[in-house]
Design a protein. Structure first.
Length: 163
């Protein structure tokens, strides 16, 4: 074989492969062009879907904001209600203590009053003992000893005048 002819042969073969590859490449490009066209339509539809999802996300964001505002308002209302309940409970407790102290004071007053009345009026009082009248002077009787006559040194009573 001749080296020129081999070279020409190889060149011809390479060119034929190049031509076939170029034909296959153009076929693939044509098919991918058709696929790209179809995907372009799909992309357009997905763009519309994306736009709808964006609208839905915007509505969700607006709804989330409203819900956050409602939750904040409910937390404030709950705090206000708890404060009112606590205030009412403290007021009721103070009034209950006030009434209990008042009832206790009134009860003690009533018990002391009743006991004083009972002890002063229900038990009969002892009649005061009259002071003894002036006792007559003691009477001294002197008897003379037997067998001896003794004259008193002074008369006990002055003699009475005779009429």
């Amino acid at each position: 074989m001749n080296s020129n002819s081999d070279k020409d042969y190889i060149d011809a073969k390479v060119e034929s492969y190049d031509a076939r590859l170029a034909a296959a490449d153009s076929k693939v490009d044509t098919k991918f062009g058709a696929v790209d066209t179809k995907f372009g339509a799909v992309d357009a539809r997905f763009g519309a879907v994306d736009a709808r999802f964006d609208a839905v996300n915007a509505r969700f964001d607006a709804t989330d904001a409203k819900l956050e505002a409602i939750i904040a308002m409910m937390v404030e209302m709950r705090a206000a209600l708890e404060a009112r309940i606590e205030s009412a409970f403290e007021r009721a407790t103070s009034q209950m203590v006030k009434w209990m102290v008042g009832v206790l004071a009134a009860g003690i007053t009533i018990v002391v009053t009743v006991m004083s009345f009972v002890l002063n009026n229900a038990i009969p009082k002892a009649q005061p003992v009259a002071a003894p009248a002036a006792a007559p002077p003691a009477l001294i009787i002197q008897l003379p000893p037997q067998g001896i006559s003794v004259v008193p040194a002074a008369p006990v009573a002055p003699p009475k005048p005779q009429p």
